[in-house]
Design a protein around this ligand. Structure first.
Ligand SMILES: [Zn+2]
Length: 490
């Protein structure tokens, strides 16, 4: 590990500004927590800069216990026996991804099914390695247990009948325990079945035998059962056989998706915040809960500025540049180099703290480039006294309906567009309250951590006026609501 050194472009008394390395111990990415497994694993691969470290996070790994697999299969068989023989089986077409949020922004499809039967090798539908041995579904991560606590809804992807449910199990699992029981919902769609696994405790919102429309909320995202972090495992079956719904060079035939989600290999920022201290990453439990105090305000003087960026798909030996600019745009801190990592990190964390001479009042910026692109441009303010460090409400968002001209009888999506870096000027975690109205009647009200929400397919008759009002909140103050409107077309 390199010892701290002064940045090369410091203004003022640069020798004493030598930023201090805030130790990032064994760190786990938000939403990808694997504390117990980490205890038996060697130190994670780490790329070190003088002040901050890039740390690979343990992967999301999951499963369904043999007991629960048998339970679902038996209930699906019983349901099929009770119902009229299945109609001619048309291939299903999933019209949307059945989880609230936006893929690549606050949702990350990190694992697909493993199409390679050998126990020693893996292959996803796109002939790459976004899977792991024996995996039977699509894993879509949310950003943290804190988002899980607020709630990230899961929806029925097609209309159907609820075949099996289970609830009552603990939901913050971070280890692969083959006996752990999941909270789940399984829905039967005329010979096809979809499983939604690892739900949050107490969140299952439907009951066995219930008919559901596409887009009906089934439960909330969690980490119950065999699961190492909060995510949805979506598993699809044809008859009694699990299938990969996505088509590509390593999976022949038609896709089951109306708009197939790609394998996301792009470098992305999943989450970012500043903190008054170094993120406490030595303490796994604290880290998993992600309870480091966040801030966007520092009192004038020499201060420790904690930084945490949750990153996706950081290439091997990626280059970086960090700069901190004062209110006049002068570079007060700069450092660049390369992480020196030997492989792509699908999930990683870039975190630590800089000690900075914050001697100018006003609006500062911290900028982080990776591989030459500026991924993070994070504003913060410097004030004269702690009394001036008052909470600020979340930043403005815009609401839009997707599609812009929704069709009656189909699911409608309401998206809250805003900055993924600074959803809130104080870097507080933001929740979104979605109020859906059809012809002015409230039909769905939910507070979610996700930047989108769905209205079920049966909620808006042809010609009805649909509106979605989204209000962000940082838990202390509500931001300005944004409204999207549309008419449900025939
Ligand atoms: Zn899975």
């Amino acid at each position: 590990m390199g010892l701290p050194t002064g940045g090369p472009a410091l203004i003022g008394n640069s020798s004493s500004v030598a930023s201090r390395l805030a130790l990032v111990g064994l760190a786990l990415a938000s939403g990808a927590a694997l504390a117990a497994a980490a205890a038996s694993t060697p130190d994670p691969v780490v790329g070190t800069t003088a002040q901050l470290k890039l740390v690979e996070a343990p992967p999301i790994v999951d499963g369904l216990s043999a007991e629960q697999q048998a339970e679902i299969a038996a209930k699906v068989a019983a349901l099929r026996a009770r119902r009229a023989p299945a109609k001619a089986k048309a291939l299903p077409r999933f019209p949307f991804f059945p989880q609230a949020g936006v893929q690549g922004r606050d949702l990350f499809l990190i694992n697909f099914t493993d199409l390679d039967p050998a126990p020693t090798s893996i292959r996803d539908w796109d002939c790459s390695d976004y899977t792991y041995d024996g995996h039977r579904g699509h894993d879509s991560m949310i950003r943290s247990f804190r988002e899980q606590a607020i709630g990230v809804p899961i929806f029925a992807v097609l209309p159907g009948v609820v075949a099996a449910t289970h609830d009552g199990e603990p939901d913050t699992n971070v280890t692969f325990d083959p006996r752990a029981r999941a909270n789940f919902v399984a829905v039967e769609h005329d010979g096809y079945t979809t499983y939604y696994l690892h739900m949050k405790l107490g969140s299952v919102a439907v009951s066995e035998g219930q008919q559901v429309a596409a887009g009906t909320q089934l439960g909330l995202t969690g980490s119950s059962g065999i699961s190492t972090g909060p995510h949805l495992h979506l598993e699809t079956h044809e008859g009694n056989q699990w299938r990969e719904p996505s088509a590509g060079p390593c999976r022949d035939g038609e896709s089951w998706w109306a708009a197939q989600p790609p394998v996301d290999r792009d470098l992305r920022v999943a989450d970012f915040y500043l903190a008054p201290t170094a993120p406490d990453l030595d303490d796994n439990e604290s880290f998993l809960r992600d309870e480091t105090p966040r801030t966007g305000t520092f009192v004038r003087g020499r201060r420790l500025v904690g930084i945490r960026a949750d990153l996706r798909n950081v290439p091997a030996d990626a280059s970086y540049r960090i700069r901190v600019l004062d209110p006049r745009g002068r570079v007060v801190y700069e450092e660049s180099g390369s992480y020196g990592t030997s492989e792509l990190f699908k999930l990683s964390l870039f975190a630590g703290a800089l000690e900075l001479p914050l001697d100018t009042l006003g609006s500062w910026r911290a900028k982080i480039e990776i591989e030459g692109s500026e991924l993070i441009d994070a504003p913060f303010r410097v004030v004269a006294s702690a009394a001036q460090a008052k909470n600020r409400k979340p930043n403005r968002i815009a609401a839009r309906m997707a599609p812009a001209r929704p069709v009656a009888g189909e699911v409608m999506t309401c998206v809250a567009d805003g900055s993924p870096i600074a959803e809130d000027p104080d870097y507080d975690l933001v929740s979104y309250r979605y109020e859906w109205r059809v012809d002015n009647r409230l039909v769905r009200l939910v507070t979610s951590a996700a930047t989108s929400d769905l209205l079920p397919a049966d909620a808006a008759p042809p010609g009805s006026r649909v509106s979605c009002r989204v209000t962000p909140s940082d838990g202390k103050a509500a931001g300005t609501p944004a409204v999207a409107r549309a008419v449900a077309e025939l």
